[in-house]
Design a protein. Sequence first.
Length: 176
Amino acid sequence: MSDSVSNKSVKTESLFGASKATVAVLMGSDSDWKVMQAACEALAHFEVPYCAKILSAHRTPVEMIEFAKSAATEGYKIIVAGAGGAAHLPGMLASATILPVIGVPVATTILEGQDSLLSIVQMPKGVPVATVAINGAFNAGILAARILGGSDEAMAQKLNHYQKSIAEESRNKTLT
């Protein structure tokens, strides 16, 4: 995928031979792509077919709700949603789907993402959104892979290998 994203989904056919994406990576604006791209990189690392798309809770609310309502029947298993500022996208998606939603607070110049974090993490009872760190899209991708790994042995093995590799990388670091 290029460094830009449009309102059209990326072609998932080219992602590891899959015809359908299992993870939707959504963002409220194309300016969020510089952060949300890391979620796609993590998903690609684990060979998880994904689709990246812009859906704004404020500018395209009808399309956003339609996407959320149909996501499960379209074959998605998880939604990763990033937004800055008021950051309503993850919560609004969660209110209209049964799928797990992972929220990524995107830092803006105002309040450095604190507003986004609080907006996403403070969901009402019954409308959960798993929330990662500000600009933590890579971890959101890993979390999506972990959720899939709970019922997919091949994914679980990839995750075990990944954990071992980052542990080994840490052990090999020196301060001199």
